[in-house]
Design a protein around this ligand. Sequence first.
Ligand code: GDP
Length: 524
Amino acid sequence: MAKLEQEASRRRTFAIISHPDAGKTTLTEKLLLLGGAIRSAGSVKSRKSKKFATSDWMELEKQRGISVTSSVMQFVYDDYKINILDTPGHQDFSEDTYRTLMAVDSVVMIIDAAKGVEAQTLKLFKVCRDRGIPIFTFINKLDRQGKEPLELFEELEEVLGIQTCPVNYPIGMGQSFRGVYDRFKKEIELYDDKREQTLIPADSLETVRERLVQVADEATIDQLEEELLLLEEAGNPFNAEAVKAGKQTLVFFGSAISSFGVPTFLKHFLELAPGPAGRETSKGHVDPADETFSGFIFKIQANMNPAHRDRIAFLRICSGKYEKGMETWLDRTGKPVKLAQPQQFFADSRENVEDAYPGDIVGIYDPGLYQIGDTLCATKDTFNFGKLPTFPPEHFSKVRAKTAMKQKHFIKGIEQLAQEGAVQIYKTERYEEYILGVVGQLQFDVFKYRMEAEYNVDLDIQPMSFHLARWLLNDEIPREALRSTTNMVVHDSQDRPVILFENEFGLNWFMQKNPDIKLAESVI
Ligand code: GDP
């Protein structure tokens, strides 16, 4: 295999999605520990309070005690190069969270065994499903009493509409939790106080019983046997194609806090999760092993370093090899650009990149040149990976500069931040007032903070009662026909008409009244 293909195929680039408190930070930390990327437990947690707080932009995170921005962590394990893209797990997450999912090849979904599928998991899951991203499920906190495994499968299948195939299966739960049985490797992994990994081969149900007699009570073994039989007979058989297409999720059980089940999960995951795949572009299919370097920007982060007010654009490499100092062309402008100071990110540091391969994420210094969704290629004959989808905002506010004197700065700031993808902006029809649309409330705070810090503009933000935006596809409809007391017609940054509604009820009522009108939840 050629070096480029070999390097690409050992990349695993994924995001961990979960509802807050399901254990994302804990699992991430255990994975980093396994990869030797951090030395002690607690390092990842401290990110929330200490290290990143060195930047004043991150000061906001500290105040709120949450992670506003997603970051990237790279480490090596078993000859695989792993890129974990962190997604903010807070309810107030942003479009960044969604867009991060565009840059991964698979997703790990963590579910709290006691809580099952929760609201935020569902939102993020839907984006994955729509994009056909393979999803691996880690059911966490088995050391506590939770829902029955079969009930959890049913919930995953019903609520998320995805087939489940458990790779391992819990032996007891809570007080009686004794470990898991690996259905693929046919071995028992014992959960004990010593926290050492104990693997016992057991290739038949009889052997499973024999091996467990010493450690588990009869009822636990009976239940395990019965449910393993049931899975054999009525469960979904492993289907690699369905996993790759995001139609079947492989399910793992464990207890992240004690790292139980984490090493085996990682091993299976690395084997079964896909590496970087080919992608469609404006000029045909591009394969990771294609020699021409290409990638796209999925995120721009401002002020990561307080010493110089820099912006970093995160580039996902899709094909070819990145080499230091190489010249690339920006498809949107057709102009050549040198990728300045590219960096890669580790658990607690960033380092200059010498070379990088498909699947890797590099951060490049952005002098205000890039936009979200931009494609860079190492050829004059550029192509692009298409625009990243716009996700429907759920909160809207009217904004203006507190003092009219600052109007010029205000417009510059609002337009730049919208271009960067930090918020969506709309304008009202008659008075051209600015309306901000965001996915998570916190984005308003971040926006206000950045407008003050970067553009020296004090903002007045007035929340509105709208929660849904729909793009109007048939523009010939007269405006008068659209207006009502419960909606508002505005224009997006590309001057496309958008109708804002207060709630689903208002939207449905509008649709019933105007059956000929075509509305879209998002546009490209
Ligand atoms: P996040 O919000 O998804 O990042 O969740 P955290 O990793 O911060 O975990 C939330 C809480 O659950 C913390 O108090 C963890 O110590 C706890 N936790 C994480 N994993 C486990 C587990 O396997 N068992 C138990 N009992 N608690 C856990």
